[in-house]
Design a protein around this ligand. Structure first.
Ligand SMILES: Nc1ncnc2c1ncn2[C@@H]1O[C@H](COP(=O)(O)OP(=O)(O)OP(=O)(O)O)[C@@H](O)[C@H]1O
Ligand SMILES: [Mg+2]
Length: 397
């Protein structure tokens, strides 16, 4: 890889050159910002640039902005004077990958170089979909982290059997996505997939929604109605937010699981059904069992082999791949041609803790698409609360 050293002090260039050459970089030198910009314009395959701040003709920060405009994939590292944190912050804002304090310590430089190389490998393309699982058009479960691979493994085993499944995970971690993938990879894939959000249905209606009702079963029941279970016949029913159903409905569900039949509200005839139950919750069901809010027999029946989706903050290595995936998706949706994410913006995305998980990342990227006018998502298109993490971390450094 080619690396460009930009400094007006030739002794300093020499120090940095020896570190870079020891790592096998092919080194180029520029004496000021303008010369660096001219070189980037002529030489297409520079991978890294290390820039001093105070230089004649064009400062390091101004050169950085121009370099990123010409070739956004160059990783820029800015060397700042020890006391000048403002320069570091400005540099990061202009798209620097990171900053170094002067005098340059070879060890810190080596660390930054290895970070930059690692990041450039991640940004290339890291989208992983399990070789064993099939997905519907336009849907994928993206990620290569160890914890997600474990999920793929359990999913693969569960897809081929017909047992009920409980999917657990915080809000926005992909529970519904996984439920659909289970259905799609099972022998039921040509049958219906019926999703029911248990938390959204009023308690008084939930039984009739799930099991249906006979004509005249209650005031207002002027027709016989088919419930979601019968609609899902031959397929999968997805009971989302199962932690929100009342104890009375829990009893009925347990019976469905045990007997594989339902009874319409207002009837005493049992109807056989052939439906696989996939349930999901973000609630601590064990605790709810302890507090008698959730039936232990139903819990154990559902929780035989749970799928636990890790929060995004515990698998940050998936963020670059997810971001690339979302860029492709939103390019299609918004008819844009965004090419990627600036390294400083990727840094910010990786440092943020994502309490809303992938759904929040998705919303953030869509907002950035609307804000962004260049071909790359920059730091300035990200919301303040995400950008500020980087600045705070910088100042604590
Ligand atoms: N690994 C992933 N790869 C790609 N997209 C994902 C992934 N995980 C989640 N998503 C996307 O993130 C969004 C949220 O996922 P989903 O609705 O499945 O989460 P959830 O756990 O059901 O959330 P909630 O608890 O808020 O209902 C969806 O648009 C989904 O497609
Ligand atoms: Mg959901």
């Amino acid at each position: 890889m080619k690396a460009l050293i930009v400094d007006d002090d030739s002794t300093l260039r020499l120090t940095v050159r020896s570190v870079l050459e020891s790592k096998g970089f092919q080194v180029l030198e520029a004496e000021d910002g303008q010369m660096a910009v001219d070189m980037v314009q002529k030489i297409p395959d520079i991978g890294i640039a290390i820039l001093d701040v105070n230089m004649p003709r064009l400062s390091g920060i101004d050169a950085l902005s121009k370099i990123k405009e010409i070739n956004p994939s160059i990783f820029c590292i800015v060397a700042t004077a020890y006391s000048n944190m403002n320069d570091a912050i400005r540099a990061i804002r202009c798209g620097a990958f990171d900053y170094l304090q002067k005098p340059v310590e070879p060890e810190r430089l080596l660390k930054l170089l290895s970070n930059a190389t690692e990041a450039s490998n991640m940004v290339v393309e890291a989208s992983y979909t399990s070789p064993q699982l099939q997905f519907d058009e336009g849907r994928a479960i993206v990620g290569t982290s160890g914890s997600l691979k474990k999920v793929f493994d359990v999913m693969y085993r569960l897809a081929k059997v017909d047992t009920s499944v409980l999917i657990r995970g915080e809000s926005g971690t992909g529970k519904e996505l996984v439920a659909r993938a289970l259905h799609h990879n099972s022998h039921r894939k040509n049958g219906p997939f019926v999703a029911v959000n248990c938390a959204a249905i009023p308690e008084s209606l939930i039984e009739s929604e799930l099991f249906g009702h006979e004509k005249g079963a209650f005031t207002g029941a002027d027709k016989r109605k088919i419930g979601k279970f019968q609609m899902a016949e031959g397929g999968t029913i997805f009971l989302d937010e199962i932690g929100d159903i009342s104890p009375a409905t829990q009893v009925k569900l347990l019976r469905v699981l045990q007997e594989k039949c339902i009874t319409l509200v207002g009837s005493n005839v049992e109807t056989k059904i052939d439906v696989r139950i996939v349930a999901a919750t973000h609630k601590p069901l064990e605790k709810m069992v302890d507090e008698n809010q959730f039936r232990s027999d139903l819990f154990f029946r559902l929780n035989v082999l749970p799928i636990v989706l890790p929060p995004l903050r515990d698998r940050k290595e998936d963020i670059p791949a997810l971001t690339n995936y979302l860029i492709k998706k939103f390019n299609k949706l918004h008819k844009r041609k965004i090419e990627g994410v600036e390294h400083s913006a990727i840094n910010a995305l990786v440092q943020y803790s994502w309490p809303g998980n992938i759904r929040e990342l998705e919303n953030t990227m869509e907002r950035a698409f609307i804000m962004e006018s260049t071909a790359h998502i920059c730091l300035s298109s990200l919301p303040d609360n995400i950008v500020n993490v980087t600045e705070a971390d910088l100042l604590n450094f």
